[in-house]
Design a protein around this ligand. Structure first.
Ligand code: DAH
Length: 338
């Protein structure tokens, strides 16, 4: 009996070595390990084995069964790895186009901000930063905004600490113009800076409003800066960023920190099925002498221009986004198109 078992093992392993396909392997399995296979037939002879030899024979049978099973698994793995197409089941077509992995990228607002910094950088503006948590002194007072200015209404601002109309009251900045003051307080002219950043206003959210948005502030202070320098800078920016056919215009306006002041408009198509409209990108003007005095610059000696744009507006114009909420909802189906 033990000899028969040894023979079976030897023969089975020898024939397994010749197996070279999944079909042949399956035939081998049925012939040796199947319900009517060689191992079962030999095992059936266990009945005739004398009682005292049964444990040894049974043990040997189990050993051979385990050996054949593991040899079978090893062969199966080897066939699968080396000759998949010969297996007949799963074909691998090497000419099929692959599945492109999803590649992430920066948010459209981050990209637009970087592009703006780049365009103005080429015109000589360097980036300056200021805090988002500000005080009234920098957000309003030194910007020449009187207490009764509509922008100072407490319900239009996020106060964090202290009472409205106290210069030390702490608030989330409502405009990046604060950075003009911060920079001029610590540096002497000439200077040429831009400052991109978040601003906060308790506006009701709709297609064109958000309680948090981004502005790009610009400030140029030197001797003999004129309104022509301002308009040239803004028109050059528009053409550099939106293309040579960008249509732009300045219209007179009012801001406490500039005199004269203007609004900067650009003709932009937000929806493909609508005509282009004039969209206000922001405000600008010549720095008001009162602002220079507030930071200790002599207004007889220094002149300057300033501007403040909404970055979302620019992103919406550049990418044809009709609703500001699309920039903040982070719906990948939208962001993947921008
Ligand atoms: N800070 C203004 C606002 O948020 C925008 C602005 C207007 C900025 C005129 C300026 C400027 O620097 O000169 O509405």
């Amino acid at each position: 009996m033990l000899d028969r078992i040894d023979d079976l093992e030897r023969e089975a392993l020898a024939s397994l070595a010749d197996v070279d396909s999944a079909e042949a392997l399956e035939r081998w399995r049925i012939a040796h390990l199947g319900a009517k296979g060689a191992l079962k037939r030999v095992a059936a002879g266990l009945k005739e084995v004398p009682r005292e030899e049964k444990p040894a024979v049974g043990k040997r049978l189990n050993e051979v069964k385990a050996a054949l099973e593991s040899a079978f698994e090893a062969k199966k793995a080897g066939l699968g790895a080396s000759t998949p197409s010969r297996a007949g089941g799963a074909h691998l077509d090497m000419t099929e186009p692959g599945l492109a992995p999803a590649v992430g990228r920066r948010h459209v607002l981050s990209r637009v901000r970087e592009e703006l910094v780049d365009v103005f950088g080429r015109m000589g503006f360097e980036v300056a930063e200021g805090p988002e948590l500000e005080d009234e002194e920098h957000n309003f007072v030194k910007l020449n905004m009187p207490p009764d200015h509509p922008g100072r209404d407490p319900i239009d601002n996020f106060y964090i600490e202290g009472e409205a109309h106290d210069a030390a009251a702490r608030m989330l900045r409502s405009q990046t113009s604060t950075v003009q003051i911060r920079v001029m307080e610590t540096r002497r002219p000439p200077l040429k800076i831009i400052s991109p950043g978040r601003v906060y206003r308790p506006d009701t959210v709709d297609a064109t409003h958000s309680f948090m948005f981004h502005q790009l502030e610009g400030l140029y202070v030197d001797r003999d800066v004129s309104m022509v320098d301002l308009s040239t800078t803004l028109f050059q920016f528009a053409r550099a960023y939106f293309g040579a056919d960008a249509e732009v215009r300045l219209t007179p306006s009012y801001f406490p920190f500039t005199e004269p002041s203007a609004e900067f408009y650009m003709k932009i198509r937000l929806r493909p099925d609508e005509p282009a409209q004039w969209i206000e990108l922001g405000g600008c003007g010549m720095v008001d002498p009162a602002v220079f005095e507030a930071v200790g610059y002599d207004p007889e000696e220094w002149t300057g221009f300033a501007f403040g744009f909404g970055i979302e507006r620019i992103a919406m114009g550049k990418h044809g986004v009709p609703d500001i909420r699309m920039l903040f909802e982070n719906d990948l189906r939208v962001l993947e198109q921008l």
